[in-house]
Design a binder for this molecule. Sequence first.
Ligand SMILES: Cc1ncc(COP(=O)(O)O)c(C=O)c1O
Length: 445
Amino acid sequence: MHGGNADRRLHALLRHLEGANPTDSGDRSVSFAPTSGYSGASVFDHVVRAPEDPILGVTVAYNKDPSPVKLNLGVGAYRTEEGKPLVLNVVRKAEQILVNDRSRVKEYLPITGLSEFNKLSAKLILGAESPAIQENRVTTVQCLSGTGSLRVGAEFLAQHYHQHTIYIPQPTWGNHPKIFNLAGLSVKTYRYYDPATRGLNFQGLLEDLGSAPTGAIVLLHACAHNPTGVDPTPDQWENIRRLMRSKALLPFFDSAYQGFASGNLDADAQPIRMFVKDGGECLVAQSYAKNMGLYGERVGALSIVCRNADVASRVESQLKLVIRPMFSNPPIHGASIVATILKDRNMFREWTIELKAMADRIIHMRKLLFDALRSRGTPGDWSHIVKQIGMFTYTGLDSKQVAFMTKEYHIYMTSDGRISMAGLSSRTVPHLADAIHAAVTQATV
Ligand SMILES: Cc1ncc(COP(=O)(O)O)c(C=O)c1O
């Protein structure tokens, strides 16, 4: 009989478990105490500890420091004069509108995201009058902030573009090479920063892009280059555009700071618009982390400007195949906030005022720090602090000087000497200036 066989097998299994259990005390109830098979070793014992992310690791170290004067200038997030994170008033207002609207539901968005958000994002970056938008040759998909937009764009290129080499500036945001490598692209660098002038190595840039293979992808920071704060002038952009178009190099713009650099959304988008105006194709990754303070909402967009509407719609169909197995569809809340603000004339204006106030505060911090170093007679030319633009100053301090400032002054920053100007306030500038002065005069070999 089946029942008899099953019973016998069950009893045999129980006897086996009892025999294998050294803690068995004669109690005949089934015990699930760990048997000798579980000796405490993990199947993941071979996993080695990974290093902290070089940027986010700065905050980890900062959090552990009990000093009352500690200062975190590592992470690229805006802080108020009081050193606090800022939620824009216009964002609070938009959230209130969304909460009060009882017709809103939490259904899945389409794979490409909130369509209203996509249209408004394309207009914001390319300009309301952009012929590319009017000709329906731009496809925009909502992605997980700037990082996710770069990743989706890179995956699409790895699958559908004939050239797999991407040129990124040297230096660049530390996540760039990882994003592109993991997507299957092969990463090369082009010269960008000149330590001697603490400005752009324009000649080196032109030479490196000039010798790139035809059709290679080129990553360009749209404005407020991270980490250097050094941007090409409009004339230099025009030369870069001409060179790239003459060699059919494909521009992939990273726009993480629109409006944050100059305080003007249109001015900061000019380099991209210059490339779109010539009728050629390009990719743009947009982030609302900094300019709307929506860091944790993970809201961004990838736009691909194509030659014509038919190509754009085919490209979009393939972008869906990239996104679906990656994150299925994007989150609804952040995109709804952005759309609420962008589509309302008054709220949009209010946003631009708050955005300009953030940009102006950063510019003011540059001036204060520059003046503080000058008044201390700190050796060196610090004019790059006021010349550089956006969230960061690439100070020129080396890793030894940075370590000195952390140890002696509890000031935290990445080891390349990059400081977030957005993390400074008039109260903390003197402390930073003292630290830089001491580092330059005492910690230099
Ligand atoms: C140059 C650059 N690109 C992209 C990003 C992506 O930011 P997020 O994914 O938070 O939008 C950042 C953030 O620091 C950045 O500096």
